[in-house]
Design a protein. Structure first.
Lengths: 112, 114
């Protein structure tokens, strides 16, 4: 059983609010990822990290930011949420070499 | 950066039919390959993976996939599907060395009719 947790599971907020989506893993994985997925659609990589204090932008341009101060924690922040940010956000982590990625349950964000 | 192509986004078939989903990737070096499944309302789960060795890999629930290096392909198969196989299936690739970008295809929405 994978130990990667995302909170909250569901979030409805107003336009202009600042939000942080939490992602934590207890497996000691050095690589972590954030994906954006609309229902029934593909996964778009928006951020990833290969260790503490390292973050990279993914393939999909995103107005969100991430930080990696601790190995187990990889939060994603939106400074000013907009309706276009409405989507599902998936967090994943992966070990060092020749391992698969484990996914959290996701956060379904709705901006009204 | 590497990319993944999956065709036939929507697949509808009857129980006991055979399923094959195509996956092609673009990357010149050695790669690790994965198939993930997402059942309705659930998180992504690993079906099977390929790192090296035997190009025919077997996963959970009777699924298997074959890595054909010359074709840059990693097609997923199941000889006889069940209603419970209704889900979305994603192919993913990451270089064995170098960048850490785990890239996914667009997915295949599979519906199995009882």
């Amino acid at each position: 059983e994978a130990d990667i947790y995302q909170t909250p599971r569901y979030l409805v907020i107003g336009t202009g609010k600042k939000i942080t989506l939490e992602c934590s893993q207890t497996m000691g994985h050095d690589k972590m990822y954030w994906y954006q997925q609309d229902p029934g659609m593909e996964l778009h990589l928006i951020h990833y990290s290969y260790g503490v204090n390292s973050t990279e932008k993914g393939d999909l341009s995103s107005e969100s930011t991430v930080s990696r101060i601790r190995t187990e924690h990889f939060p994603l922040t939106l400074e000013s949420a907009r309706p276009s940010h409405t989507s599902q956000y998936l967090c994943a982590s992966r070990g060092t070499f020749n391992t698969e990625a484990f996914f959290g349950q996701g956060t379904r964000l709705t901006v009204v | 950066a590497q990319s993944v192509s999956q065709h036939n986004h929507h697949v509808i078939l009857s129980e006991a039919a055979s399923l094959e989903l195509g996956c092609n990737y673009s990357y010149g070096g050695t790669v690790n390959l994965f198939w993930y499944v997402q059942y309705p309302g659930q998180h992504l789960q690993l079906l099977l993976k390929y790192f090296s060795g035997d190009p025919l890999v077997k996963g959970i629930k009777g699924f298997e996939a074959e890595f054909i290096k010359s074709k840059f392909s990693f097609n997923l198969r199941k000889p006889s599907v069940q209603w419970s196989d209704t889900a979305e299936y994603f192919c993913a690739v990451i270089p064995s060395y170098g960048n850490n970008r785990l890239a996914f295809g667009k997915g295949n929405q599979v519906v199995v009719i009882p």
